[in-house]
Design a protein around this ligand. Structure first.
Ligand code: BES
Ligand code: MN
Ligand code: ZN
Length: 493
């Protein structure tokens, strides 16, 4: 059962819940109560900060200190969560709420005062922190996520109910993307992924079109067809369209890489960590979830997702190094490495998406290991036309998902020159691999169309221990960045 989120009201000191969450900031290493905890402080004789200090609290980010209340307040447990030493802003509240939600696993009903600082951030952090992927666990998990959390709004917050509704929808979209990424590749393959995307879309009133392997071959989609031909699980191309209502402000094309498993193909990957290539459809998951979200929240922007799906396998029917593929739209590509498969399926999808003449085209993919070499595991690389690129990088930072603008150096194009075809799929030199992939994609974007490529190889899949509102596995990045961009476009064009 996913955690239920509700708008809280009344005096938190008198709430009949199992636990109350308050925020604590660090000031010169000592804990100070964050705004929102006044009634609780009074119930502890006005010296709750002193009590917390005795209990070892410092207020450092994500620190969780448990105080048995022994009747001082109605709830038996007070959970003090650290906001860090900086300003108690949305990012701090989101992270603290995530840490609190994780610490509350096994609890039935909690109340959070962090919504008094930032309701949307508290709601998102709580839902995402409480997220657990349990579909493949047998027996009842000893660590069931917190059952229900009531989030208190600030007294002055008149739009609280609406803010909670939107934040809940956004966080749920992130969990939809996480679920898709976390579903193992024996169950999530092109056909089943297309079906799940279609089901999610139909339920939200989004138009669906699915091209199967026959339609793809007949339609001239040489990239998706070539990459997908080595697997008995045949490729698909899914198109989801949200109309934007009666008067859409702009038209946005979203494209996401949907490799349901990437072995590397004939240019096979080493065995170590190959299991992580179950996450090679993180871009596809994010654009599917975002498009469905746009429909659910009736965003006045027309959004069309174009999602190529394939499994990259080595076999006697697999495409080979040396093959030349004719992509959708007619350009030819010499395959020098079958492990650079993402850009091949994306080339088809980008050309198809651009045919609709959108105002913006945003593509996202787990495209290169080089992304992690350049920026680490938590910062996406954002490339493309300058204005849109910088706008997206700004949203990536503001949402806390992380992202940084990177260049597309023109000189790299010559490194992609092919002996036989219009372009090769990899460069001989390994330097700037993330940028070279972006330069390859740029070749398939029509002149004059504002576009961006977000490389999420690291940020979309977390392999370390949990932190903030992020658990191991699919993170749902960049759903919130895409959503921030779409709402920005709805408001500002
Ligand atoms: N899916 C991988 C990129 C990747 C690597 C994502 C690690 C997440 C974690 C992609 O298809 C790939 O294999 N890229 C190659 C490109 C190379 C052959 C030019 C890479 O990064 O090694
Ligand atoms: Mn690959
Ligand atoms: Zn891949």
């Amino acid at each position: 059962m996913p955690t239920e989120l509700q708008l809280g009201s009344g005096d938190p000191a008198a709430a009949t819940v199992d636990a109350v969450v308050i925020g604590v900031s660090a000031l010169d290493g000592a804990p100070v109560l964050a705004p929102g905890a006044a009634e609780i402080d009074t119930a502890f004789d006005g010296d709750l900060a002193g009590l917390l200090a005795v209990a070892g609290a410092t207020g450092k980010a994500e620190e969780v200190v448990r105080i048995p209340t022994r009747g001082a307040i109605t709830a038996p447990l007070l959970l003090a969560v650290g906001l860090g030493s900086g300003e108690a802003d949305a990012a701090a509240v989101r992270n603290a709420s995530g840490a609190a939600a994780r610490a509350l696993s096994g609890t039935g009903h909690a109340l959070s005062t962090l919504g008094r600082i930032d309701l949307a951030a508290a709601a998102e952090g709580t839902l995402l922190g409480a997220y657990a992927f349990t579909a493949y666990r047998s027996g009842d998990g000893a660590s069931a996520p917190v059952g229900r959390v009531d989030v208190l709004p600030a007294d002055t917050d008149t739009g609280a109910a609406e803010a909670l509704r939107v934040a809940t929808a956004v966080a749920t979209a992130v969990t939809v993307a996480r679920d898709l990424v976390n579903t193992p590749p024996n169950d999530l393959y092109p056909e089943s992924f297309a079906q799940r995307a279609a089901d999610l879309a139909s339920a939200a009133g989004v138009e669906v079109e699915v091209l199967d392997d026959v339609a793809l071959a007949e339609g001239g989609y040489g990239g998706v067809t070539g990459v997908g031909q080595g697997s008995s699980r045949k490729p698909r191309l899914v198109r989801l369209s949200w109309s934007g209502g009666s008067a859409p402000r702009k038209r946005v094309a979203l494209v996401g890489k949907g490799i349901t498993f990437d072995t590397g193909g004939i240019s096979i990957k080493p065995a170590a960590n190959m299991d992580q290539m179950t996450s090679d459809m993180g871009g596809a998951a994010a654009v599917v979830a975002t498009t469905v979200l746009a429909a659910q929240l009736e965003l006045p922007v027309a959004v069309t997702a174009t999602v190529p799906m394939a499994e990259n396998m080595p076999s006697d029917t697999a495409y080979r190094p040396g093959d030349v593929l004719r992509m959708y739209g007619g350009k030819t590509v010499e395959v020098l490495n079958t492990d650079a498969e993402g850009r091949l399926i994306l080339a088809d999808a980008i050309v198809r998406a651009a045919q609709d003449e959108p105002d913006y085209l945003v593509e996202t993919s787990t495209l290169t290991g080089a992304q992690m070499v350049a920026l680490g595991t938590r910062t996406a690389g954002v490339m493309g036309t300058e204005e849109l690129r910088d706008r997206i990088a700004g949203h990536a930072q503001a949402t806390g998902e992380g992202g940084w603008a990177m260049p597309l150096p023109a000189h790299l194009r010559a490194d992609l020159d092919s002996r036989v075809a219009d372009i090769a799929n990899v460069t001989a030199a390994r330097w700037g691999g993330m940028l070279a992939a972006g330069v390859f994609l740029a070749e398939f974007v029509p002149e004059g169309l504002p576009w961006a490529h977000i490389d999420i190889a690291g940020p979309s899949f977390h392999t370390g221990g949990p932190y903030g509102y992020t658990a191991k596995g699919g993170t749902g990045v960049p759903v919130r960045t895409l959503w921030a961009l779409l709402t920005d476009i709805a408001e500002n064009g």
